[in-house]
Design a binder for this molecule. Structure first.
Ligand code: SAM
Length: 357
């Protein structure tokens, strides 16, 4: 049985064909679960824009990529409505990302709108940190809980070599502003690239330990807009740990059920280091994430091109029940794993910046 969703009179521009939302799904109640592994989902990543001023070579090519048209980006009200429905379905951890979320002028109001929802979800932010010094305080006062800042080198020239921009000073100011604003724990995300910043692992760790930031290295994934990723050119988790292990005592910490980073205590603590080995040690069997792109497409998996047009349905006048059903079906159909390394694997059509990291 299906529900046909037609545009409401006077609704904002949406698809001109009726939408078909099937009514049946395998787990009608309780947390959202997928059919294949029955994974319970708690985490919603919302890309609030695909725009970003940096050109990290593992993410965006130097010449950039065409941005989504402004009219296809979700408005703050549409995002708050989508998140409200998601929290009602058990997606209670909300991370705002992009693109660069700080590129969105209404970010503070957006955070306040999400925090004000009846479920009062925990809201966190992933940012390049470049504009963070100006808004860390307002974001914290609006109810933002935590922040992850991307920082691939603490050397000015190598930072610029990775990101294509001379912005290290602004990121460092942003990190301190985040600490002063109480946006803790502050996590730092770093991607190492061979021949560019692969010698920076120890310096990054020293920087993070000295300031009480939690450093996590992310294995480079085939998600760059320039399509340059090569399995034999990426720095693996094993290589990172070998380098750090040469000068530090690393003690493995017990894995949590859903967090993607494996963590080690450094030199008996209290500092830790994490490695997100998405390529060499995939954690898909524990994945509890759903993604909403800046143009309102729901995705169960970063690496699958399957998307459900939540925003199109919303703009066509779908009811809350019908939109919730789109969430359920998206999660129900989630693939078992990303398949990197399997014969026939293809990177997703959209790069990371357009999906939301
Ligand atoms: N602009 C924000 C930032 O810089 O954190 C949020 C979006 S960015 C896509 C989110 C995270 O994805 C960053 O930590 C970035 O390092 C990571 N990322 C982007 N492309 C990646 C890739 N190909 N492999 C691994 N991580 C990647």
């Amino acid at each position: 049985m299906t529900t046909v969703v037609r545009p409401a009179p006077g609704a904002a521009a949406g698809p001109d064909r009726p939408l078909s939302v099937p009514r049946t799904e395998p787990f009608p109640d309780g947390p959202l679960r997928d059919r294949r592994l029955g994974r319970a989902h708690r985490d919603l990543r919302v890309s609030v824009t695909d725009r970003c001023p940096l050109r990290c070579s593992y993410c965006l090519p130097a010449e950039g990529i065409p941005w989504l048209p402004a009219r296809s980006l979700m408005t703050a009200a549409e995002i708050v409505r989508a998140v409200g429905l998601a929290t009602g379905l058990g997606l209670v951890n909300v991370r705002l990302t992009g693109g660069e979320p700080l590129a969105r002028p209404d970010l503070v109001e957006l955070v306040a709108g999400i925090v004000d929802l009846p479920a009062a979800p925990a809201v966190s932010l992933t940012t390049n940190g470049v504009g963070l010094a100006d808004v860390a305080g307002p974001l914290a006062r609006a109810g933002l809980g935590r922040v992850n800042v991307s920082l691939d080198s603490v050397d000015r020239l190598r930072y610029a070599a990775v990101t294509g921009r001379d912005r290290l000073g602004l990121v460092l100011e942003g990190l301190e502003a985040a600490r002063e604003a109480g946006l803790e724990p502050i996590k730092i995300n770093a991607v190492l690239l061979p021949g560019v910043n692969d010698g920076d692992a120890e310096e990054l760790l020293a920087f993070a330990l000295a300031r009480g930031f939690e450093l996590r290295f992310i294995e480079q994934m085939p998600l760059d807009g320039g399509r340059l990723w090569r399995r034999d050119r990426m720095i693996s988790a094993a290589a990172i740990l070998e380098r750090l292990g040469a000068s530090h005592r690393l003690t493995a910490l017990p894995e949590t059920t859903t967090a993607p980073a494996a963590r080690w205590l450094v030199d008996d603590g209290p500092g830790t280091v994490g490695v997100i080995a998405a390529v060499t040690r995939p954690f898909c069997a524990r994945c509890d994430r759903v993604r909403l792109t800046a143009d309102g497409q729901l995705r169960g998996c970063l690496f699958s091109d399957a998307e459900s047009d939540l925003l199109g349905a919303m703009r066509a006048g779908a009811s809350d029940a019908e939109l919730s059903q789109i969430f359920r079906l998206c999660v129900a159909d989630k693939p078992a794993g990303h398949g990197i390394g399997r014969p026939g694997f293809r990177p997703p059509r959209r790069p990371m910046s357009a999906i939301g990291g």
